[in-house]
Design a protein around this ligand. Structure first.
Ligand SMILES: [Fe+2]
Ligand SMILES: [Fe+2]
Length: 142
């Protein structure tokens, strides 16, 4: 998919930034996996290729959640439990999607790109943003 036809909602936007460099970098990387998946779908890639990109996106999503939760634990973040619940809900959906993908359901690719992009847009601008606010308040980040 060329950048001209890539829908904006599948892309990173500076509004999603929370002001914590490593977290923002990971969110950008997540969006780049979403874009790669949308491109592969648009290009009519073979199922094996789609499965590979799907696997990368799902794995990186889980990796990012682990890292973000570790950061929250390290800074003594008081809203960790609520935040984790939101991650848990998406983790479960990710597992369902992984099962569909492994069962050969190719339509899962488009659903997944849309789901993760919409979820990230909402989560980064609310729940994740509060981590940035907290860290700035306590001088843990510039
Ligand atoms: Fe989060
Ligand atoms: Fe995040």
């Amino acid at each position: 998919m060329t950048s001209e036809v890539m829908p904006n909602f599948l892309r990173w936007h500076p509004d999603y930034g929370i002001g914590v460099e490593e977290v923002d970098r990971e969110h950008q990387r997540l969006f780049s996996f979403v874009e790669a998946l949308a491109s592969a779908t648009q290009a009519g890639s073979r199922q094996s290729e789609l499965e590979e990109v799907i696997g990368q996106l799902l794995s990186y999503t889980l990796y990012h959640f682990d890292r973000e939760e570790e950061l929250m634990r390290n800074i003594g973040y008081p809203f960790l439990a609520d935040h984790q619940r939101e991650h848990m809900a998406l983790r479960q959906r990710v597992q369902e999607i992984r099962s569909r993908s492994e069962a050969g359901d190719v339509a899962v690719a488009t659903d997944l790109a849309n789901l993760i992009a919409a979820w990230l847009k909402c989560h980064t601008t609310t729940t994740d943003r509060r981590i940035g606010s907290y860290m700035r308040k306590f001088g843990l980040v510039a």
